[in-house]
Design a protein around this ligand. Structure first.
Ligand code: GLY
Length: 295
């Protein structure tokens, strides 16, 4: 069977206001197209997911990189992971201070290979050693993020889950899969809190024997259910990518009352996506087809 390379991207489960939904989804479509272009140039699903997520990290509308939400002290604390399904190599960073592209730092962790996950100042030190510049955090904090944080601290909005996590999954022509996820986590989260996104098997997972998945939503619930690994196990047991995505989100809601979404690609390039939230922006680019998006 010929596999048409594919990149599927999400811009986070949540509730994007009605007037912003089309633009939010369009951002995901643009990122998916860029990911597929990178896949074409390099032949690598890993390169594709890193490129797609990097674009969304630079887009201040999403809760990742620039524009990410703030912790209880008003600081950025960023989580990201990338995994490729052939060798199960992976790299991740968590509770990391402001850096422009957490997913590229996670990618450098993967390439370095000594460890899988670096936290906090250790992640920052690793990034600087690898040539990443430490920016002025103020340059990455948007007015919208600061406003949201102030509203939570003043009791005008619920503390908690921010929505807008970003992620991508891809499958190349040989059936090699990869997944990547990046987030600022929750608004006014405790210092040191780490969500599902950088934890393999929870927010991010890839294995060529099944497929690749990136989750978004309430991190504590996704962690407890190791949701992306669960999806891959369902595929091994015979579920389609769409059936696996639907079942995982049903489990998230039924077992823990969790809210969220997931994107999935299997090793034959078939995709699935599901959510139990009002919106989850997504974009899809497949070789030989027009790219499209939804929410
Ligand atoms: N799902 C993102 C987080 O909870 O950190």
């Amino acid at each position: 069977m010929t596999i048409q390379p594919v990149v599927l991207v999400h811009g986070g489960a949540g509730e994007v206001p009605e007037g912003m939904r089309a633009a939010h989804a369009e951002g995901c479509r643009v990122a998916a197209i860029a990911g597929l272009a990178r896949l074409r140039e390099t032949g690598s699903a890993l390169e594709a997911v890193v490129r797609a997520v990097e674009i969304l990290e630079d887009d201040p509308r999403y809760n990742a990189g620039t524009g990410a939400c703030l912790d209880e002290e008003g600081a950025l604390a960023l989580d990201a992971a990338v995994m490729e399904g052939t060798s199960l190599r992976a790299g991740a960073v968590c509770a990391m201070p402001a850096f422009r592209s957490p997913i590229r730092i996670a990618r450098a962790v993967l390439e370095d290979g000594r460890h899988v996950l670096y936290a906090g100042e250790g992640a920052a030190r690793f990034a600087i050693e690898r040539g990443f510049e430490r920016p002025d955090p103020a340059a990455m904090i948007t007015d919208a993020a600061r406003e949201r944080w102030k509203n939570v601290l003043a009791g005008r909005a619920d503390r908690g889950w921010a929505g807008g996590t970003v992620g991508a999954v891809a499958c190349d022509a040989e059936g090699r899969v990869a997944a990547a996820t990046s987030t600022g986590g929750m608004v006014a989260k405790r210092v040191g809190r780490v969500g599902d996104s950088p934890i393999l098997g929870a927010g991010t997972y890839a294995d060529d024997e099944s497929g690749a998945a990136s989750a978004t939503g309430e991190g504590e619930a996704i962690l407890r259910l190791t949701l992306t690994r669960h999806v891959c196990e369902l595929i091994v047991r015979g579920a389609s990518a769409q059936e696996a995505a639907d079942a995982a989100i049903a489990r998230l809601g039924a077992k823990l009352g969790g809210a969220g979404g997931i994107i999935v690609v299997d090793r034959l390039g078939r995709i699935g996506h599901a959510r139990n939230t009002h919106t989850m922006s997504w974009g899809l680019a497949r070789e030989g087809h027009d790219a499209h998006s939804g929410h």
